[in-house]
Design a protein around this ligand. Structure first.
Ligand code: DGL
Length: 267
């Protein structure tokens, strides 16, 4: 099967890497919308429109399943994406539900923290998904807007990320069993976050999402090719992407994705 994986830019490579391991026999077409990143600070309607455009492009390219690797896009646009893709029989996987499942499995009866972009936290999808399973669970939802630029600059260890993480999260220390890393970039900060939140289990929604795709689609039995396309700046994607993947993404090409076409209708 050909699976389309999309993100606002580079961070979704954490999900792609997990998918590569979980479903090695499916072909993966990754689209990073680097011309429009960041999604995390944009309004909901804008994120919905951008997401529909990317999904429409990938479906036109022949993908038979879609993985929304971006937390912000999942938080704002998953219902609109599913509504359109359902009419074509294309399954759409988001990162929120699998992340919540993994957090519930790791929880020891206490609170769950959700860390994400301002958009993801304001959208409330993680909070609603947890409440739907058990409304009595205390949830601390914390926007951490500086984490994305820090990771993109490669500042994942040392005093600067530690001080910023302490400022955002110091008050949470000892208060949550589990923290959901509700942003593609946060798994790269895991050692800093573990220092600020000792004793809190850090749940990476990338792995949980790949496990959900494996459960639904199986591991696949094809060649398992991977191709990367971006809407801007191939060179930066290669360079920063290497830090997310552990190797240089290849082959990468530039594409102009244009407006969405039916059944992906932009509001
Ligand atoms: N990919 C986004 C997310 O997971 C982070 C980067 C952005 O703000 O676009 O929320």
């Amino acid at each position: 099967m050909r699976i389309g994986v999309f993100d606002s830019g580079i961070g979704g490579l954490t999900v792609l890497r997990a998918l590569r391991e979980a479903v090695p026999g499916h072909d993966l077409l990754y689209l990073g919308d680097t011309a429009r990143i960041p999604y995390g600070t944009r309004s909901p309607i804008t994120v919905v429109r951008y997401s529909l455009r990317v999904a429409s492009y990938l479906v036109d390219e022949g993908v038979e399943a879609l993985v929304v690797a971006c937390n912000t896009a999942t938080a704002h646009a998953l219902p609109a994406l599913r509504q359109a893709a359902d009419t074509l029989g294309i399954p759409v996987f988001g990162v929120v539900e699998p992340g919540v499942n993994a957090a519930l499995a790791a929880r020891r009866g206490g609170a769950i923290a959700v860390l994400g972009t301002p958009g993801t936290i304001t959208a409330g999808s993680y909070q609603r998904a947890i409440a739907a399973r058990d409304p009595s669970i205390p949830v601390f939802a914390v926007p951490c807007p500086m984490f994305v630029p820090l990771v993109e600059e490669g500042w994942t260890d040392g005093q600067v990320p530690l001080l910023i993480a302490e400022t955002y999260l110091g008050a949470l220390r000892g208060k949550a069993d589990v923290a959901i890393l509700g942003c593609t970039h946060y798994p790269l900060l895991v050692s800093t976050l573990a220092e600020v939140l000792p004793g809190t289990v850090l749940v990476d929604s990338a792995r949980a999402t790949a496990a959900a795709v494996l459960e639904a689609l199986g591991p696949g039995d094809g060649a398992g090719t991977v191709e990367y396309r971006v809407t801007d700046n191939v060179e930066r994607f290669r360079e920063v992407g290497s830090r997310f993947l552990g190797y240089a993404p290849d082959p990468v090409s530039w594409v102009d994705i244009g407006p969405a076409s039916p059944p992906f209708i932009e509001p």
